[in-house]
Design a protein around this ligand. Structure first.
Ligand code: KIV
Ligand code: ZN
Length: 386
């Protein structure tokens, strides 16, 4: 069966940068955008131009600096927003306007004090208006995760009629369970006339820690674009982490999908974004956390030394993880066993016989009980002490 291409829509510079304290300057945004292009993302959401003159200028400058990747920017369903977005995208070789409105009962009643009929009309008119400026229009149904599926289907039908090319179904509050989110996509694919004229996109937030699971379920049910950010940065608990989606699609062959991402750039770009935004990557973060390829318990280390596949589903080199050995790390702690000790001494150039290790091991444990981690210097000190 032919593999399905999943488009990667990166919103690090828009939804990611929205995070308090995460402000990036124009130069940093351009560097990140250039790296995103090298990484192979299909769409870069560069900003929300009406939000500030600085954001407008960043979108404009990014558009000038990027040659192949689609440059997208966000608007509300308002004429002025759309006009400003079109101006900011003037130099984009492949521009896309991302416009939309809240569609859930809560958004319609509380935020807009409006009615479903009026929202349908605004959705239609905003896409029609954006279409006057650029061909490629993505529509977002904000809070689609909590929107009634029958009404969501009506919204989709309307915006398809208006000429939308992509429909984004954000789980804005991260409220859906994977099954619920997947069913939504399936329902739309089965019930909206001309749904094959558009690409359906996932946009999941991580409030319940389900953003990745929801996006993957969306893909399984027919979504062909995933919106995500580097390191999962984004509003509140964050967005779907790009690196997780990409590696799941690469490793889980049964999903029969592929992306254009050069996975060797995942670790370097994660560091770059973390450094510029000041958002520290948790040590245990999947795929790109510092502990993602560290092994410290004796049982695991023994297995790893015999064959890395026993405890690693990804070769660290595949994601560009470059520690001193460009390899997984065998961390020495009080939980480590003899094989890890032999392994680390071997790396230092000592080929130790069993008898010698039997002498060293209790001394090593004494050191390890006092310290969190045993360094190469400690190992040398231990061996010189006997
Ligand atoms: O989470 C969300 O609903 C969004 C939209 C504005 C696309 O970020
Ligand atoms: Zn969002």
């Amino acid at each position: 069966m032919q593999q399905k291409q999943i488009r990667i829509f990166d919103t690090t510079l828009r939804d990611g940068e929205q995070v308090p304290g995460c402000k990036l300057n124009e130069k940093e945004k351009i560097i990140i955008a250039k790296n995103l292009e090298l990484l192979g993302v299909d769409i870069i959401e560069a900003g929300f131009p009406i939000s500030s003159p600085g954001d407008f200028k960043s979108v404009k400058e990014i558009s000038k600096n990027i040659s192949n990747t689609i440059i997208c920017c966000l608007t509300r369903a308002k004429k002025k927003d759309i006009e400003i977005a079109a101006q900011a995208l003037k130099y984009a070789k492949r521009p896309r306007i991302h416009t939309g409105i809240g569609t859930s009962e809560s958004h319609i009643k509380n935020k807009f004090k409006s009615t479903e009929e009026k929202i349908l009309n605004i959705a239609y008119e905003s896409v029609k208006y954006a279409k006057k400026f650029v061909e490629d229009i993505e529509f977002y149904a904000e809070d689609a995760g909590r929107t009634d599926n029958l009404f969501l289907a009506k919204v989709c039908e309307k915006v398809i009629k208006a000429g939308a090319t992509v429909i984004n179904l954000p789980d804005t509050t991260g409220y859906c369970l994977p099954e619920e989110y997947g069913k939504k996509i399936k329902f739309l694919l089965e019930n909206v006339p001309n749904i094959d004229h558009v690409t359906l996109s996932t946009h999941c937030h991580d409030d319940f820690g389900l953003a990745t699971a929801n996006s993957i379920e969306g893909i399984k049910q027919g979504a062909r674009q995933v919106e995500c950010t580097i390191n999962g940065i984004g509003e509140r608990a964050g967005n779907t982490p790009l690196e997780e989606i990409v590696m799941i699609l690469k490793k889980k062959k049964e999903l029969n999908c592929f992306t254009n991402i050069n996975t060797k750039m995942l670790y370097p770009i994660s560091n770059l974004v973390s450094q510029y935004t000041g958002m520290v990557v948790p040590q245990n973060k999947a795929i790109i956390g510092n502990n993602a390829f560290s092994h410290s318990s004796g049982i695991h280390q023994d297995g790893m030394i015999k064959n890395s596949e026993t405890y690693e589903i990804i070769n660290p080199k595949e994601v560009g993880y470059n520690n001193s050995e460009n390899n997984s790390s065998i961390v020495l702690t009080a939980r480590s066993g003899r094989s890890a000790l032999i392994y680390r001494y071997k790396k230092l150039g000592y080929a130790l016989k069993t008898k010698k290790i039997d002498t060293i091991y209790p001394i090593f444990l004494e050191y390890a009980d006092k310290k969190k981690e045993i360094s190469d210097e400690d190992l040398k000190e231990i061996i010189n002490s006997i």
